[in-house]
Design a protein around this ligand. Structure first.
Ligand SMILES: [Zn+2]
Length: 160
């Protein structure tokens, strides 16, 4: 009980203290948790697991979305075990709905979403010839800076 309350307070504090876009990102995980909380199976400690899984999925979506292939599927499989059989359909619908909205938000506000969750500005995904991470600001649509756009083209060819 106590640990559940502290998790809720932590999330609430985060949303209230951070201005701007950070609020929006954590609102998605809070919304999923809030909608599903009445269906979570016993014991009570399951609540904390579900809330943390939702937050982790949103954080990963904001900071690592190019390598996070199916966020809604991933979150559904992470939390479905905390719900009874007759609530699975509901869990599926809520997760797919909010994760879809979160992905849409990240597509429209990729740099803001990243900065809000990580507290840092996003950096280009490439590694320089000296082996260090490229420090330049990436373009929102593929996460590479203007000098490393050719890597995004290579990726597209490999994926095709
Ligand atoms: Zn770069």
């Amino acid at each position: 009980m106590e640990s559940l309350r502290s998790a809720e307070v932590r999330t609430k504090t985060l949303v209230e203290n951070e201005g701007g876009e950070g609020v929006a990102m954590y609102q998605f995980s809070r919304a999923i948790y809030r909608d599903l909380a009445p269906y979570i199976d016993v014991p009570r400690s399951n609540h904390e697991h579900v809330l943390h899984a939702c937050e982790a999925a949103i954080e990963r979506l904001a900071t690592d979305r190019y390598y996070f292939a199916k966020p809604e599927k991933s979150l559904f499989y992470d939390i479905r075990g905390f719900f009874p059989m007759n609530a699975q359909e509901r869990v599926y619908q809520v997760v797919y709905c909010y994760m879809g909205l979160a992905q849409q938000y990240m597509t429209e506000n990729p740099l803001e979403g990243y900065a809000a969750v990580s507290g840092k500005q996003p950096m280009c995904r490439a590694t320089t010839r000296k082996g260090a991470a490229c420090q330049r600001v990436p373009l929102p649509h593929n996460g590479y800076c203007p000098s490393h756009q050719h890597l995004a083209d290579t990726e597209d060819r490999l994926a095709a």
